[in-house]
Design a protein around this ligand. Structure first.
Ligand code: LIP
Length: 302
């Protein structure tokens, strides 16, 4: 089994590099004014899709079905075109051809192809490649997580202390659901992350700051690097996180369900659409303390 996991990892790395080259060429040609990259909108104007998203997913899907015809496939654009998601114990590739499509359209260089593999429903291989910054993150269960194949993650060795939410840099996202209910709840949570504690708000954290990259996969990779302490998001999908969950776990980080249920510290269900990731620390107790402090601030959003 181990030999096959290594083979799948190597395959995913090469595939991500090839897919990344297509993404990079599309950005370069649009910047040079030679691209014919028509922007398409889904029904939701804050959830964008381009011809490149579709082309890259087709490319990856084709390669996978040639090499591993018996494996299953879940992909953002395949789902968007109406294919029902079936998740089984069979090896299943979970792919986002472009995570950070809004960034891709604007040329903001936090764009990645994300290729994850589950075996027996367990996230086992993860590759996230940002071709614009040339950063490749990869991991396989039990084998560690790496940046550009050689730099072991996290980048801090040993990890920096993780003692209190007030010392944390927190990544989060606007997301694509802009309903008043969801945006009010997210802004209220961000408000509590940033505000000073007071009698009126004893859970306010006065954290160092908040960051958004516009890519769930790259936010998780930043947690794996140890350059942000926490990532919390509600509303993204399994293809945004399936690969990077392996990368965070192999870097010593935790990914939990990002709801406010404090009793739930089990490994996250990748389909739950709410995620709370905590970077590596010297002990699990400090990670769970930060998770618990975050859960005091997390609103109920279903
Ligand atoms: C996007 C994410 C982003 C999140 C959006 C969306 P896409 O993925 O990575 O972080 O906030 O809801 O899911 O659509 O660019 O693949």
């Amino acid at each position: 089994i181990t030999v096959r996991v290594q083979e799948y990892l190597d395959f995913a790395i090469n595939l991500a590099k090839e897919a990344g080259a297509i993404i990079k060429a599309a950005v370069d040609s649009r910047m040079a004014g030679t691209g014919s990259n028509i922007e398409l909108k889904k029904e939701n104007p804050t959830d964008l899709v381009t011809e490149t998203d579709k082309a890259v997913e087709e490319f990856i899907k084709e390669r996978l079905s040639q090499t591993y015809p018996e494996h299953k496939f879940i992909g953002e654009e395949t789902f968007a075109s109406g294919t029902k998601t079936e998740f089984t114990h069979e090896p299943t590739w979970i792919v986002d051809p472009i995570d950070g499509t809004t960034n891709f359209i604007h040329g903001y260089p936090f764009v990645a192809v994300s290729i994850g593999l589950t075996i027996n429903k367990i996230p086992t291989v993860g590759v996230v490649f940002n071709p614009l910054l040339n950063e490749l993150y990869s991991a396989a269960k039990g084998k560690g997580a790496y940046l550009n194949l050689t730099q072991k993650l996290p980048l801090f060795n040993p990890p920096q202390p993780l003692d209190d939410l007030s010392h944390c840099l927190i990544a989060t996202e606007a997301g694509s659901d802009r309903s008043k209910l969801v945006i009010d709840a997210k802004i209220a949570a961000i408000h509590d992350m940033l505000q000073k504690k007071s009698d009126a708000n004893p859970f306010a954290a006065e954290a160092h700051s908040v960051r958004t990259t516009g890519s769930a996969a790259l936010n998780l990779c930043n947690v794996a690097k140890g350059i942000v302490d926490i990532y919390w998001e509600v509303g993204c999908w399994e293809w945004d996180v399936a690969a990077a969950i392996v990368i965070v776990a192999e870097s010593g980080g935790l990914v939990l369900e990002g709801g406010n249920d404090k009793s739930d510290n089990e490994p996250v269900n990748i389909f739950c659409r709410k995620y709370l990731a905590i970077r590596a620390a010297r002990d699990k107790k400090s990670q769970l303390k930060i998770a618990s402090q975050m859960k005091d601030l997390i609103p109920t959003i279903d």
